[in-house]
Design a protein around this ligand. Structure first.
Ligand code: FAD
Length: 467
């Protein structure tokens, strides 16, 4: 059966046979929690699925996939709901919602964790901390493991421990045929390769087995510097070649009214550098010194702290608001790009809109280009434009126009893009997420595991044509 079904096939469809087989809950329009369940992190996206299956376990996922497959129904997948494109909800479709699957089991001796897809970065960090363990995930506590760890996972410790997927040992995957399989180096290795960067194209992952690192305390915090071309240049020149224990995420933005920003400086254009150092504290102080020396800080909150405390500095990002995004991975950030970013932030029409710079390299770059579907291993930076606004009823046009004005300058510098930082930007941009040989291999794996493109509400990779 093909999967071209639209609203007409779901309207009036008897969902009771599915409901009876689920341990979780099937929500339909009009039910009390339907509206809260369909809300996404990006408030600019509003979708109304025909039904939301809030699954309780892997078997529930199997049931939903088989139900959808047998009837040719459109099927969406949601874990944490943070897709910039809002792919976590699909109009008129049946959506599998894994956000309630939150079991984490840690084997501290083996330093392994079994993590269900609905677990968030913050929850996992808090769970692993008492064992003195952690894994590098994203920069925001509320991001779901399901979407993060299928796209890559560029986190607070990426230079020290690589991408989240670089620490993936195995995953439980429900394929389009409705089978629950293990993907690992030993079992279904082609699928294991593809789910490490290929996004949600190959099946629904219910559980990940990941390797944790020994991380108890970090040197972390927010170093806020006055923004200028020299400061940004100095930051960029240092961070991609800094000692590997140091990972940074910098935001060129208007200084927020955070408790540690002097009142008189709120609203000033600043470079807010989120610092995570893993290792010896005094070595960390030495690694951070060149950043501190770039300018007299507006604020300096860098301190020795438990790893999960770093998420306190991004707590505002875990609140749903409206956003539009454009992003590149790149080898170099020229002075022209720095100037364009500075000018864009200075004249931004929203006080929240910003340009993000991340220094990459380190452990992430040492993994072979062919080892996983995330292949842009040699990118030294990620540069991201983020238009942010609070009210979903506000006209998005000026915010999108702000992005479009500066995007050509940033885009020109790109050598690729991180699939999880794509909005709905068309096939050409998905192609930029993968070098051509990677894309061809992904299309082959797609043909094997999802030949009818059941999992297509995502940064979609079409199945390779039959020979
Ligand atoms: C505020 C914010 C901060 C972010 N920071 C970072 C960061 O620091 N580093 C980083 O790497 N990324 C970051 N991201 C991007 C994030 O990794 C992606 O948006 C990711 O897709 C979110 O996963 P989710 O489960 O929350 O999303 P969802 O919207 O629930 O899912 C998105 C898509 O992922 C796929 N998917 C989800 N769950 C599964 C599953 N269980 N099995 C198979 N496919 C699945 C599906 O195609 C789904 O439509 C950030 C996003 C936001 C909004």
């Amino acid at each position: 059966m093909t999967h071209d079904a639209t609203l007409s096939s779901l309207t009036g469809l008897d969902l009771r046979p599915l409901e009876q087989r689920l341990r979780g809950t099937l929500l339909r329009p009009g039910m009390a929690t339907y509206d809260s369940a369909r809300q996404l992190m990006n408030r600019a996206v509003t979708r109304r699925p025909a039904a939301i299956a809030q699954v309780a376990d892997s078997q529930d996922v199997v049931e939903v996939v088989r139900f959808a497959r047998d009837r040719g129904l459109p099927l969406g997948v949601r874990s944490g709901g943070h897709s910039p494109a809002g792919y976590g909800m699909v109009d008129d479709a049946l959506v599998v919602d894994l956000s309630g699957m939150k079991r984490v089991t840690i084997d501290p001796d083996a330093r392994l964790a079994r993590v269900e897809a609905g677990v968030t970065s913050g929850e996992l960090a808090a769970f692993a901390q008492p064992h003195g363990l952690a894994i590098s995930t994203g920069d925001t506590s509320s991001v779901g493991f399901g979407g993060l760890a299928t796209g890559g996972g560029i986190g607070f410790m990426v230079r020290k421990y690589g991408l989240t997927i670089d620490n993936l040992i195995a995953a439980q995957v429900v394929t389009a045929s409705g089978k629950l399989v293990t993907a690992s180096e030993q079992e279904h290795p082609d699928l294991f390769w593809a789910i490490r960067g290929g996004g949600g194209n190959f099946g629904i992952i219910t559980e990940f087995i990941v390797r944790l690192a020994e991380v108890r305390q970090i040197l972390g915090g927010d170093l806020v510097l006055p923004a200028s071309r020299e400061v940004i240049r100095g930051y960029l020149d240092y961070v991609a070649d800094a000692p590997e224990g140091l990972t940074t995420i910098a935001h060129l933005m208007h200084a927020p009214p955070a408790p540690y920003i002097p009142e008189a400086r709120v609203g000033e254009v600043v470079l807010s550098i989120l610092v995570t150092w893993v290792g010896d504290e005094s070595e960390g102080q030495r690694a951070v010194a060149p950043l501190r020396a770039l300018a007299e800080p507006v604020a300096d909150t860098i301190a020795w702290m438990p790893y999960p405390a770093i998420f306190n500095f991004t707590a505002h990002q875990a609140v749903p608001i409206c956003h539009a995004i454009r992003s590149v991975l790149t080898h170099e950030v020229s002075d022209e790009v720095v100037d364009a970013a500075l000018e864009a932030v200075e004249r931004a029409n929203s006080p929240f809109s910003l340009v993000q710079f991340r220094g990459l390299g380190g452990a992430m770059a040492r993994v072979g280009r062919e080892a996983t579907a995330f292949a842009h291993r040699d990118a030294r930076y990620m540069v991201t434009l983020l238009a942010l606004w609070m009210d979903e009823n506000e006209d998005a046009t000026p915010h999108r126009a702000w992005i479009e004005a500066v995007w050509p300058a940033i885009r020109a510098t790109g050598t690729g893009v991180y699939v999880n930082f794509l909005e709905e930007e068309g096939h050409e941009r998905i192609r930029q997420a993968y070098p051509l040989p990677t894309l061809a291999r992904l299309a082959e794996v797609k043909r094997t595991y999802d030949p009818h493109n059941m999992f297509r509400f995502n940064q979609n990779i079409a199945p390779a044509m039959s020979a």
